[in-house]
Design a protein around this ligand. Structure first.
Ligand code: CP
Ligand code: NVA
Length: 300
């Protein structure tokens, strides 16, 4: 049987995605009721991090431990990757020892190449182009708070980045409308956008994108690897800040999400991210539950 990978959300069928979300919700309820399962007993996940992480690392490591398995943290500095061992060789070697590999890196092409040379499932823990693990948690969080997202309106504000691309994937898979308001030079990739042309639309005005939205989402203005562009980005992105005034254009019961880490006073004001409509802590916590469901899907 062909090895299944999770490099983008589209590696799943719609039914598989819905099952993972439902299993994540059920697994979380079981955990909170004190029930533990050891479905991944003896299984090992290797985690290759070429960029920093708090949530992704801790959620995968905790998830594997809770399911009876083990996770190994690997960084370029601490492995031969940093001394020039080819990615392909690393993929072949790791996949002869472990049951699953998560990789967080820069160019998405590296994730794809890693998967080509891996005998075991590879999970994209974030690339410059996609962040599929985060969108699983976001979708779980929406369903927990509001039920099905089908037919709802989601507004994306700010950078047309890796998270925005994963939202575009989710829009057509889960059948919601995605209104994207980005500065012209920072729009999402046109090819990715075209895959969801019936579901995703670009807006010039942040207020128009947010109008009647059920969910408002933003992310940092400068992603990892773009730190040197921060000053110029701050000026361009300022009109796209999610603040209380902007939120008044959304539905009264609209939710606010942000994958974190956040910069209060830049892409979002403190009164929004720390306010009533924000579900960012549930969203971050759900990284654990949705990835446990993903690991079980890939490994069992
Ligand atoms: N949202 C997210 O992926 O967080 P980390 O960078 O801390 O893993
Ligand atoms: N777009 C952000 C997401 C961080 C979780 C980045 O790539 O840095």
């Amino acid at each position: 049987m062909k090895t299944r990978h999770f490099l983008t959300l589209n590696d799943l069928s719609v039914e598989e995605l819905q099952n993972i979300i439902n299993n994540a919700i059920a697994g979380k309820l079981r955990l909170h009721a004190g029930q533990t399962v050891q479905t991944l007993k003896g299984r090992v996940l290797a985690m290759v991090f070429e960029k920093s992480s708090t949530r992704t690392r801790v959620s995968f490591e905790t998830g594997m431990a809770q399911l009876g398995g083990h996770a190994i943290y690997l960084s370029p500095e601490g492995t031969q990757l940093g001394r020039g061992e080819p990615l392909e060789d690393t993929a072949r070697v790791l996949s002869n020892m472990v049951d699953c590999i998560m990789i967080r890196t820069f160019a998405h092409e590296k994730v794809v190449r890693f998967a080509e040379f891996s005998r075991v499932p590879v999970i994209n823990g974030l690339s410059d182009t996609y962040h599929p693990c985060q969108i699983l948690a976001d979708m779980q969080t929406y369903v927990e708070h509001r039920g099905s997202i089908k037919g709802k309106t989601v507004a994306w504000l700010g950078d047309g980045n890796n998270m925005c691309h994963s939202y575009i994937n989710a829009a057509w898979m889960l059948d919601f409308k995605l209104n994207i308001a980005c500065p012209e030079a920072y729009c999402p990739d046109q090819t990715i956008l075209r895959t969801a042309s019936n579901h995703a639309e670009l807006f010039n005005e942040p207020c128009s994108a947010v109008k009647e939205a059920d969910l408002v989402v933003t992310d940092v203005w400068a992603s990892m690897g773009q730190e040197q562009e921060m000053a110029e980005r701050q000026a361009v992105f300022a009109p796209y800040q999610v603040n209380r005034e902007l939120m008044t254009h959304a539905k009264r019961d609209a939710l606010f999400m942000h994958c974190l880490p956040a910069h209060r006073g830049q892409e979002v004001t403190a009164d929004v991210i720390d306010g009533q409509q924000s579900v960012v802590w549930d969203e971050a916590g759900n990284r654990l539950h949705s990835q446990k469901a993903l690991l079980e899907f890939l490994l069992l």
